[in-house]
Design a protein around this ligand. Structure first.
Ligand code: SF4
Ligand code: SF4
Length: 400
């Protein structure tokens, strides 16, 4: 038996983690030393065979075997907020998704579910401005399919009654953002006109955390990094401890660059986020296993379309609104006209011949298509995140 090339050896913790199978094991000093030389201790043979032995990375097969169809619909480009770093600021538009696109989306799912579970993400702008559309689509799809959905929302409109309504329609979870304690958050994420949003979101969170799963997104840059601890302590004080913390670095977008000076470099990502996770864990918040997830995303999966309110299809959420990165158009009958650009196949294959022996390949797949574009390497370039993964995998120690 040969050891997998996707085993990561964390010598400081005597842990071996396999980035493809997600298996992690704690071993003795002696076992660690043997395994690092490729020798397999007799009493570990079974577990090594199951989770740490030689396997091929076959994204096509994984995508084919996926249990879910996971399309995304942007219900509007409009928003009741005016966040400092919003990448959609330049193409904010009143009004919601077109009728023909709603019909196209429902028809698309009917045609493509093929017995799979359907998990829709509603995105925006602020998707809860278009609550009626969530009702309309959910009622239709839940009649005939195993349907659930999530909403990426700023949280301001997620009152208890709206949440109850969403639950009755098939809500699986929500993503809400808080960027710091009140004085920090309110300088970054405010309503159109400038009014702070912290108190309203916090109130909604108190109810939400008991009635659905909440992913709490925290957008981090130089301006708020020192305040994240204070945010977590405030949440604890208010009894909001059931949310799953999800910190991300604020990143630049092809549309905007005036916020550039406040951003961490991409090389700092692993270190910054790991510190936040560690503090969150110490304070009793959960680290979601998704931190170690496989790198397959919407850009890699043809069927997981990301559709905007006008029916344009993009490789993933980060490209939405940019006419240069449209990959197709959804028609009312649920068929899609692709233009041959930014294909999932291209996204799935960028790593071939470049990253074949990298232990982080299953998590990374050659990096993020959006960042590759942002760094002028094109849609099929490599966006190497090795340094970040080397930090993030250390968090596996909390799961053993
Ligand atoms: S809530 Fe989201 S869509 Fe609205 S302004 Fe903020 S970042 Fe942009
Ligand atoms: S881009 Fe870098 S980290 Fe990602 S798979 Fe390739 S070599 Fe590994």
């Amino acid at each position: 038996m040969k050891l997998s090339k996707f085993n990561v050896f964390l010598y400081d913790y005597n842990i071996i983690f396999n980035t493809l199978t997600g298996y992690a094991i704690k071993v003795s000093d002696d076992e660690m030393s043997k395994l690092s030389k490729g020798e397999i201790p007799e009493d570990l043979k079974d577990i090594i065979e199951e989770g740490f032995s030689d396997q091929e990375f076959e994204p096509e097969k994984m995508i084919f075997e996926k249990e879910y169809l996971e399309p995304t619909l942007l219900l509007t480009y409009d928003c009741n907020f005016d966040c400092v770093y919003c990448f959609q600021k330049n193409f904010r538009k009143k009004g919601g998704v077109l009728d023909s696109v709603v019909r196209g989306f429902i028809n698309y799912i009917r045609k493509n579910a093929e017995g799979k579970k359907v998990r829709v993400t509603y995105f925006g702008g602020e998707p809860l401005l278009e609550m009626k559309r969530i009702e309309e689509i959910s009622k239709e799809l839940s009649k005939e399919l195993d349907y659930s959905f999530s909403v990426v929302t700023n949280g301001s409109l997620l009152t208890p009654s709206v949440l109850d309504r969403l639950n009755s329609l098939g809500l699986s979870h929500v993503q809400i953002t808080l960027d710091g304690p009140r004085e920090v958050h309110d300088k970054r994420r405010y309503f159109v006109g400038g009014k702070g949003s912290f108190d309203i979101i916090l109130n909604n969170l108190v109810y939400a955390q008991d009635h659905t799963k909440v992913v709490l997104r925290i957008n981090v840059d130089y301006r708020n990094v020192e305040e994240i601890k204070s945010l977590l302590l405030t949440l604890k004080e208010k009894g909001i401890t059931k949310v799953r913390i999800d910190p991300h670095l604020v990143h630049e977008n092809v549309f905007r660059n005036e916020y550039w000076d406040n951003l961490f470099s991409r090389d700092e990502e692993g270190e910054v986020l790991t510190k936040i996770w560690e503090f969150a864990k110490e304070e009793g918040f959960e680290i979601p296993q998704e931190v170690f997830r496989l790198g397959i995303c919407a850009a890699h999966v043809d069927k997981d379309i990301v559709v905007d309110p006008y029916g344009y299809i993009y490789p993933c959420w980060a490209f939405t609104g940019n006419p240069l990165y449209i990959k197709g158009r959804l028609k009312e009958d649920g068929s899609v006209e692709y233009n041959g650009k930014f294909t999932s196949k291209t996204a799935r294959e960028v790593w071939k011949g470049k990253c074949d022996n990298c232990p982080y390949l299953p998590m990374c797949m050659g990096g993020c298509r959006f960042f590759s574009v942002l760094e002028n390497k094109g849609f099929d370039g490599i966006d190497c995140r090795k340094k970040n993964y080397e930090e993030i995998v250390k968090l596996i120690r909390y799961f053993i």
